[in-house]
Structures are given as structure tokens and as C-alpha cells.
Design a protein around this ligand. Structure first.
Ligand code: HEM
Length: 433
């Protein structure tokens, strides 16, 4: 196409019409959020979807500018439900005294930073060695269990469980009810970012209500005995006792629910996406088997190429222009990091998965600025541990024939199942090769 047709101010009539009707739940975006917006990124990088009542932002530089200013671009709508409650679902939630309120991810300054500072310490890299060891042990034991089979769904056997166990360890929360928590986590995702049918909505509301109730109970039990206990939730319980203005009771309870979702599905999906793409690109898996020192940069590149959170939201708190487009106070913005991470202005040959790319870590998959993901180093260390163990022990792993499915939602993207196969092997210790 001519350069004139790529001018942001002269998008084609067809694209303008597509913009007005753009629906995040439509098949293109659900199938591949990273490429669905490619022509918009080129010709109409910020556009208003009348269908969804959101500004959609697709370029790297614009999204980074928005993330950079948490005052003009408030995070208050980050957990707003795409599918609002009906009277019936509101009543279901009420029956559980549901009261999820602000958590770090969706609150405004200055209180956000005040709280973030209080809660930062445990995320420091130097404190995460124990989690790395725990993850390695869990992965090794699981691989021992299935290496003789020659074929598994990695999501179900490996990736879905370990991030919950690691997250609970980090939080100091007992891990006796993992499967219940996983089920609640999925309900929270559909409740916030999904488009459930009326019938599903009731089921989801019941699980979200139960999740709230359950996290309250666990917290109460934890509060009874904090002495000598370690974990982020215990840190927070202590802050709640010493500084109740900053860490309030409701904050503690809301955070307990939110952090499980933040830590679990993100890491499981990030790893599934990474493995899927590493196995789809010829020779990469073998390369990592022979050169495991490349795994951290491969992980970073996979986060750029196929991060688990493909979009995030902000709301304008004043009239403002972004890249020449007028945004009014109160307007809502849908930031498509998946599109920004493939922006050729920022990443050379963006459609190529290049594990040696030197600026891969500039991706926006962890957000940017004031709210940038606090758990990013936990996510990274888990991804590395999974990929190290799998490339080391199963160098001939290959993707099985399969059709990938996703849970329809606006922001979390990754396969529900990931079938892989290899020549069955003996467990470690009995392996001779
Ligand atoms: C926030 C992604 C793992 C805890 C976020 C945000 C994103 C994100 C996109 C919003 C950033 C923004 O608004 O600028 C991811 C990805 C992960 C991951 C891709 C895994 C690969 C984790 C883990 C934890 C965690 C393991 C905790 C153990 C948090 C917290 C916030 C957050 C507390 C809120 C920070 C704030 O608003 O100040 N994450 N996350 N995340 N994440 Fe993660």
C-alpha cells in the first residue's frame, strides 16, 4: 500500500468503520490479540470503539506514555467488569457480603504509592532464592512423574498447579485447598474480563462470592497466630496492625483475593505461551537444551512476543491529547500491550521470535511505571525453572496435533491445554544418557 494510506489521519473508510465496531470479544482479537490490530497500529493507532465505549491504543510509545502518568491516566477502571452485574448476580454477591474494594493495581495516587512502598520489600530479588529452589523441586518431581508417558497436556499436569503452590508459599497462605482456589481464580477472571451468558454469570457470581468468603476465613485464621510466621500476607497483617490507616481491614481482604489471581494464571499462561512458541520455532528448543544460559533472554523474548496479559485499562482524569488525538476527561482507554510489543518502531523484525534480541526486556507485558508488576521477578524465575527442566530432560519434546482454545475474555491470553509429546524416558537417576 502507498505511504499515504498509512497516514494516521487518513485511515481508509473500511478501517474507520471497523474501528467504530471494534469488539474485544470478536473472533480476531480473541484468536490472536498480537496481530488482530496490526492495520490499526499502522494507520489509525488510537481509535474509538463505539461498540465498546473505549479508546483503543496500539502503539508502543503511546501506551508507555499513558502508563508513565498515573495521575492523568488513572488505574481506577482496571478491575471494572466488562459485563455488568444483573440484579440477580448482585444479590448473589451480597449474600456472601462481597466487598472487594481497591487493591494496589486499581488505586490512585498518592495512596497507591504509599501502600506500594509499605509492601515492596518481600519482592526484592535477594529474597526470592527460596522460591526458586521450591519451584525447581516441584518441577523436577512432576517431570519425574510424567517423563515415562511420552505425551501430556502440560497445562493440566504441570503449569496450572505449580504457580499456585509457589504463590501461596510467597504469601504464607496454607496450600490445602489449591483446586478450590484455582476454580475461584477462573471465576474472578470471567467476572471481571469476560462476557458470560446470564446463566454463567450466576455461577461465576457464586464462585466469586465464595472466593471472598473463603479468603476472609483464611485471613482470620492467619491473624490468630502471626508469631514467627513469614510471607507477604503476614507482612500485610502486621502492617494492618501497626498502620491501619494505610493497610485497612478491607484492603487486606481485597488484596488476599486479588494477589492469588495476579500470581497464578499470569505465570501459568506466560509459560504455556512461551513453550508453545519455542516449540513452534524450528531448532529453538534444541538450542536451549545445548545452551541453557540463553533461557533468561528467551523467557524475556517470549514475554514480549506472547505475554499472558494482552491488554490493560486506564481512565483519563482530564482532557488531554495523545499523539494528536483528543481524549476527554472520563474517557476509558483500552491499551493493547500485545500490539505494542510487536511495534516495528520499537522492535526490529517484531514478528520474529528472536531469543537473542537485545531490547526484548523493554516489552510492556508487566505494565510500566508506577503500577509495574511487583511480582515480575517471581514470574520470571518460575518461567526459567520450567523451561530449564523441560529443555534439559526432554530435548525431543514436540507440540502434538491440537486445536488451541482460550477462555473468551479481554485481557488474559493463552491456551487452555498444551499437548506435547516425546519418546518416553526413564526417570532421573535411572536415566543413563
Ligand atoms: C501488576 C503482569 C506475575 C503481582 C501487574 C500488571 C501487569 C502484570 C500487566 C499491571 C501493571 C500496570 O498497571 O502498569 C504480570 C505477568 C506476570 C505477573 C505477565 C507473570 C508472568 C505476578 C506475580 C505476582 C504479581 C507472580 C505476585 C506474586 C502483581 C501486583 C501488581 C501487579 C501486586 C500490582 C502493582 C501495582 O499496581 O502497584 N502484573 N504479573 N504479578 N502484579 Fe503482576
Amino acid at each position: 500500500t502507498s505511504s499515504a494510506s498509512k497516514c494516521p489521519f487518513h485511515a481508509s473508510a473500511e478501517l474507520n468503520e471497523k474501528a467504530q465496531k471494534f469488539d474485544m470479544f470478536g473472533p480476531e482479537f480473541q484468536h490472536c490479540p498480537a496481530t488482530a490490530l496490526q492495520s490499526f497500529r499502522e494507520e489509525k493507532p488510537i481509535f474509538f470503539s463505539e461498540e465498546m465505549n473505549y479508546w483503543v491504543v496500539t502503539r508502543y510509545e503511546d501506551i508507555r506514555e499513558i502508563f508513565r502518568d498515573p495521575v492523568i491516566f488513572s488505574a481506577r477502571n482496571v478491575l471494572e467488569k466488562f459485563t455488568p452485574d444483573t440484579q440477580e448476580t448482585a444479590e448473589i454477591l451480597q449474600s456472601y457480603d462481597y466487598g472487594m474494594n481497591r487493591t494496589l493495581v486499581n488505586e490512585d495516587e498518592p495512596i497507591h504509592m504509599e501502600r506500594r512502598r509499605e509492601l515492596l520489600e518481600a519482592f526484592d530479588s535477594s529474597k526470592l532464592e527460596g522460591l526458586r529452589e521450591l519451584t525447581k523441586t516441584l518441577v523436577t518431581n512432576k517431570v519425574d512423574e510424567f517423563i515415562g508417558l511420552g505425551k501430556v497436556d502440560l497445562m493440566a499436569t504441570l503449569l496450572w498447579d505449580i504457580p499456585v503452590i509457589v504463590a501461596l508459599k510467597f504469601l504464607g497462605v496454607p496450600d490445602d485447598d489449591i483446586s478450590v482456589l484455582q476454580q475461584f481464580g477462573v471465576a474472578h477472571k470471567v467476572n471481571t474480563w469476560g462476557r458470560p451468558s446470564l446463566e454463567e454469570q450466576k455461577h461465576v457470581a457464586t464462585n466469586v462470592g465464595k472466593f471472598w468468603h473463603y479468603s476472609g476465613e483464611v485471613l482470620e485464621r492467619m491473624k490468630q497466630n502471626t508469631e514467627g510466621q513469614s510471607g507477604w500476607m503476614y507482612d500485610m497483617i502486621r502492617k494492618n496492625q501497626s498502620n491501619p490507616r494505610v493497610v485497612t481491614d478491607n484492603y487486606l481482604h481485597s488484596m488476599m483475593m486479588a494477589i492469588l489471581v495476579a500470581a497464578h494464571e499470569t505465570t501459568a499462561t506466560a509459560t504455556a505461551n512461551a513453550i508453545k512458541h519455542l516449540l513452534s520455532t524450528p531448532k529453538l528448543w534444541q538450542k536451549l537444551h545445548h545452551q541453557p544460559q540463553l533461557i533468561p533472554s528467551a523467557v524475556e523474548e517470549c514475554l514480549r512476543y506472547a505475554g499472558p496479559i494482552v491488554s490493560w485499562r486506564r481512565e483519563a482524569t482530564e482532557n488531554i491529547q495523545i499523539n494528536g488525538v483528543d481524549i476527554a476527561k472520563g474517557d476509558k482507554l483500552f491499551l493493547v500491550m500485545a500490539a505494542a510489543n510487536r511495534d516495528p518502531e520499537q522492535f526490529e523484525n517484531p514478528e520474529e521470535l528472536d531469543i537473542l534480541r537485545d531490547n526484548a526486556s523493554e516489552h510492556l507485558s508487566f505494565g510500566y511505571g508506577a503500577h509495574q508488576c511487583l511480582g515480575r521477578n517471581i514470574g520470571r524465575l518460575e518461567m526459567c525453572a520450567f523451561i530449564e527442566e523441560l529443555t534439559r530432560r526432554i530435548p525431543d519434546m514436540a507440540l502434538s496435533e491440537q486445536t488451541f482454545t482460550v477462555t473468551p475474555n479481554t485481557s488474559f491470553h493463552g491456551p487452555e491445554a498444551l499437548w506435547v509429546e516425546w519418546t518416553p524416558k526413564a526417570v532421573q537417576g535411572t536415566e543413563k544418557t
